[in-house]
Ligand binder design. Structure first.
Ligand SMILES: NC(=O)c1ccc[n+]([C@@H]2O[C@H](COP(=O)([O-])OP(=O)(O)OC[C@H]3O[C@@H](n4cnc5c(N)ncnc54)[C@H](OP(=O)(O)O)[C@@H]3O)[C@@H](O)[C@H]2O)c1
Length: 321
């Protein structure tokens, strides 16, 4: 098959030939239609993600959409190594294939699954969001953050606060449901003053895509200003601005902050599957917005290193239904 082949650690994939996949017991052969270029795909391909396997060569791509041999349209994830989703054909466990609802096209489904599943289980089974609660999305300008704003509202948040550094995108978030926006591009004292005012007025859940300095400011401000005894569920989802923070023990002693994470490992796989299914159905029902750019898989090398903050790039094979 033609595929995005990773030959060595740290090397970007190249569009080349790879052996043909064969389905074993309990597995499905999939004619791939679309596969999105996500942070997870990049991280696993370069060997830096915590779930990378370290065996070469392999085909890049952790998920995608396509068609089974009986022409059922599916979303699939974690194909059987060394096969990946960025190929004309691949193989995945039957349990890793979810039938796509009518009304959801292959490119949108491929694009929305990963960023959608970053906030859906974080809100439902990690933070147990209750109707009317306030959600702060830290790092709301990326693909996953923009969806988190929409998904929080869809799942019942009464108020959504969006924090981010990209001024133009931040401004556009009110159209997606953000009630308040906070620019992260200001000096630390001014930013923490704003966060303290927000927490004094009550924030119930934080979805954190950034970690690093802004997460530290949020935690410090919450500990200082939040009303006593009201649990703030802080859910760590991405660490795009730094993998570690300095956490003063007093922050946890002096507040009701609950530190949680959401992702592969902290949410059991079957629950991630139902979260993705929930995102798909809600996308059809409520029209979540996600900007995509579909490009042929053969042009892989032109797009692999593209700036992440634009539309979500989706590689297509032209082999869907
Ligand atoms: N745990 C999970 O289940 C899960 C699932 C999906 C994604 N994630 C993680 O979530 C994060 C976001 O993913 P994504 O798909 O939304 O990525 P993305 O579309 O590439 O967006 C990343 C965004 O982060 C912003 N950013 C980068 N550095 C920043 C900084 N120092 N301060 C503020 N904003 C900054 C960029 O904004 P600019 O426009 O300003 O450049 C960009 O919009 C990644 O870390 C990803 O691995 C986790």
């Amino acid at each position: 098959v033609k595929a995005a082949v990773v030959t060595d650690a740290g090397k970007p994939p190249v569009y080349s030939d790879f052996k043909e996949p064969v389905a074993g017991d309990g597995e499905c052969l999939i004619r791939v239609s679309a596969a999105a270029l996500t942070q997870l795909t990049r991280g696993r391909a370069s060997g830096t993600h915590y779930s990378s396997s370290g065996t070469f060569p392999f085909i890049a791509g952790v998920d995608g959409t396509g068609v089974l041999e009986d022409d059922v349209r599916v979303y699939f994830f974690i194909p059987e190594a060394p096969f990946g989703s960025m190929a004309e054909r691949t193989v995945a466990k039957e349990a890793h294939c979810i039938a796509l609802p009518e009304g959801l096209d292959d490119v949108t489904a491929a694009a929305i699954a990963n960023p959608g599943m970053s906030s859906w289980p974080a809100l439902t089974e990690r933070a147990h969001l209750a109707k009317g609660e306030t959600v702060l999305v830290n790092g709301a300008t990326g693909t996953a953050g923009r969806l988190a704003v929409q998904i929080a509202k869809y799942l019942g948040a009464g108020r959504v606060i969006a924090a981010g550094r990209n001024a133009a995108v931040l401004q556009s978030l009110s159209a997606l449901g953000a009630d308040t926006t906070i620019s992260l591009v200001q000096d630390r004292d001014t930013l923490e003053k704003q966060f303290r005012e927000l927490f004094a007025g009550r924030v119930d859940v934080v979805l954190d895509y950034l970690w690093g300095e802004s997460a530290q400011s949020i935690l410090t401000s919450a500990a200082k200003a939040a009303p006593e005894g009201i649990p703030i569920r802080f859910v760590q989802i991405g660490s795009i601005s730094g993998s570690t923070i300095a956490l003063d023990g007093a922050i946890l002693r002096s507040s009701s902050i609950e530190m949680l994470g959401s992702g592969i490992g902290s949410v059991p796989l079957p629950h991630l599957v139902s979260a993705i299914d929930g995102v798909f159905k809600a996308t059809v029902a409520s029209g979540f917005k996600i900007e995509t750019e579909a490009v042929p898989l053969s042009a892989l090398e032109d797009y692999w290193a593209a700036n992440a903050s634009g539309d979500r790039i989706v590689f297509t094979t032209g082999l869907g239904l």
